[in-house]
Design a protein around this ligand. Sequence first.
Ligand code: NAD
Length: 289
Amino acid sequence: MTAIRIDGKAMAEVVRNEVAEGVARLKAEHGITPGLAVVLVGEDPASQVYVRNKVKQTEACGMRSFHHVLDRETSRDQLMTLIDRLNTDDQVHGILVQLPLPDHLNSKDVIEAIDPAKDVDGFHTRNVGTLWTGGSSFVPCTPLGCLKLLKSVEPEIAGKHAVVIGRSNIVGRPMAALLLNESATVTMAHSKTADLPALCRQADILVAAVGRPQMVKSDWIKPGAIVLDVGINRIPTEDGKGRLVGDVDFDDVATVAGAITPVPGGPGPMTIACLLANTLQAAKRSYID
Ligand code: NAD
C-alpha cells in the first residue's frame, strides 16, 4: 500500500470532542442544552442500530436526546402531528426522521414538514436550494463528513477535478454541490455514465457512493488521486458472518491512490459526528434568532 489511509474514526472523535466543548459553552453561557429528536417508524433492524448509535452519541456529548419509536402501521396524520409538535418544541433544535420509511409513508412529504431551521439532515428543499446556491445551510451529514476528510489531506480543492459516482439526494448530489462550492471542477457519474473507468482516471478527487461492493479498481485511478469511499456493502464470508466493504477495492486501489478512506472506518463514523455538529449549529442559531 502506498496511499495515506484517511482515518475517519479518529477524525470523528475530534469532531465529537469539538461538539462536546461547544455544547458545554452554550449551556454555561446561554443556558441552552441542544436537543435532537430522532423519529423511527417500524422495526427495520439496520435503522434500529443507526438510531441507537445516534441516541448514545447525542447523550455522550452532553445534548438532550428525544427518541420516538412509532409503530410500523403509523398513519401519515399521526407522523405529521408528531413532527408539528417537535417543530414547536423549544427543547428540540434538530429533528431527524430515520429513512427509509415504510412504503405507505411518502418520505418527501415528511421531510418537507420538518421546520428547515431544525432539518439537521439537510434534506428539506429549502436547505438543498441554499446549498446549491452557495449559501450557508444544513448540509447532509455524509457528504459533510467526506469534505472534512478530504480537507484533512488536501486543503486546496479549488481547480481540482472531482468525479462523484452516484447521484442520490443523500450523498452524490450534495457531495457535488459541496465540491462545487469549494471551486472544484465537478463531474457527476451514475448508472448511465458511459465508460466510467476512463472518466474516473481523470479525477484528482474520486467519491464513490454507489452501493456496489469493490466496484472501483486500481486501473480506474489516476496516480496520487484522493479516493473517498462512501459505500457500505456486506459481502459473504466462509464463516457466514459476512464482511463490510466499500464501493472501492481498497487493497488494490491503495497501490495507486495518494490517499484513501477505508470501510469501515471512513465516512461512516463521520456521518453521526456531523449530525451532532449540525444539531449544535441549530441550537446556536435558535439563540441568535
Ligand atoms: P442510492 O442507491 O440512492 O444511489 C446509488 C447511485 O449509484 C445512483 O445514483 C445510481 O445512479 C448510481 N449507480 C448505480 N449503479 C451504478 C453503476 N454501475 N455505475 C455508476 N453508478 C451507479 O444509494 P445512496 O443512498 O447514495 O448510497 C450509496 C452507498 O453509500 C450505499 O452503499 C450506502 O449504504 C452508502 N451510504 C453510506 C453512508 C455512510 O454513512 N457512510 C451514508 C449513506 C449511504
